[in-house]
Ligand binder design. Structure first.
Ligand SMILES: NC(=O)c1ccc[n+]([C@@H]2O[C@H](COP(=O)([O-])OP(=O)(O)OC[C@H]3O[C@@H](n4cnc5c(N)ncnc54)[C@H](OP(=O)(O)O)[C@@H]3O)[C@@H](O)[C@H]2O)c1
Length: 243
């Protein structure tokens, strides 16, 4: 069992889905975990349900708010060991139908939000010269997906944030990795038709869709000492869907 006792962790978008499962996995391993979501009441409720130390309101598109929240968490707990930049959105639109607003919200949440979080995490971790960051990419960021050009572009960027940050922060003892989930059953994919779910299940060698816990377990491994020589990687958690 992975031991994260004594570690302080922050998970953005920890109110539900993969983020909430990650909070539970880190708490289970002994970490002190702070989670965030856009709505304070929802964040507090999720924190108390998952045994997290706090649930705070944060919109990751707001660079100043991200910076001040991350600084605050590190100050309150004396350090910050683990940051999971999980907050993200997905909306489908075919080429020719993509609204400018969709481009703006997707890129500001998935790309800028991840960048703000990684940058603030790096600042907080630099002093102690140790830390582990995980960002949420996606299989569509590497392989593309019809109807998801905007989302796929945002997730390709997220994977590259992990690689570039890993190169830059390695000498400071900070590891940065990405996970690239396949189709995971959460609110994000709740709109998928039964046909689409069956098609994806059929294409998946492991014969099922993913669960939030599948991704959370991979994240818990990547932030643990068991992964101490792993950085700049994009770990697929997709049941073999892309093979
Ligand atoms: N599910 C999948 O199949 C799948 C596959 C590949 C990658 N991913 C990625 O995995 C991550 C989590 O996905 P999920 O399926 O767990 O999604 P989800 O169930 O929709 O949860 C998304 C989380 O992100 C938070 N969030 C959204 N916009 C935010 C913002 N501007 N500021 C702060 N928090 C924000 C939400 O919090 P509130 O609504 O409470 O604010 C919520 O906690 C995302 O980055 C997603 O792109 C998911």
């Amino acid at each position: 069992m992975t031991d994260l006792s004594g570690r302080v962790a922050l998970v953005t978008g920890g109110t539900r889905g993969i983020g909430l499962a990650t909070v539970r996995a880190l708490v289970e391993a002994g970490a002190t975990v702070v989670l965030t979501g856009r709505d304070e009441a929802r964040a507090k409720e999720a924190a108390s349900a998952a045994g997290a130390a706090a649930g705070l309101a944060l919109d990751v598109t707001d660079a100043k708010a991200v910076s001040s929240l991350v600084r605050g968490v590190a100050k309150e707990h004396g350090k910050l060991d683990v940051v999971v930049a999980n907050a993200g959105i997905m909306e489908d639109a075919l080429l020719g139908m993509i609204r400018e607003e969709l481009v703006d919200t997707t890129l500001s949440t998935n790309v800028a939000g991840t960048l703000h979080t990684v940058q603030a995490a790096a600042r907080a971790m630099m002093r102690k010269k140790t830390g582990a960051i995980v960002v949420l990419a996606s299989i569509v960021g590497e392989y593309g997906s019809a109807g998801q050009t905007v989302y796929a572009a945002s997730k390709a960027a997220v994977a590259n944030i992990a690689k570039s940050a890993a190169k830059e922060l390695g000498r400071s003892g900070i590891r940065v990795n990405a996970v690239a989930p396949g189709v995971i059953e959460t609110d994000l994919t709740a709109g998928l038709s039964e046909d689409a779910k069956a098609e994806n299940t059929g294409k998946t060698p492991l014969g099922r869709l993913g669960r939030a816990e599948d991704v959370a377990n991979a994240i818990r491994f990547l932030v643990s000492d068991e992964a101490s020589f792993i950085t700049g990687q994009v770990l697929g958690v997709d049941g073999g869907l892309v093979l």
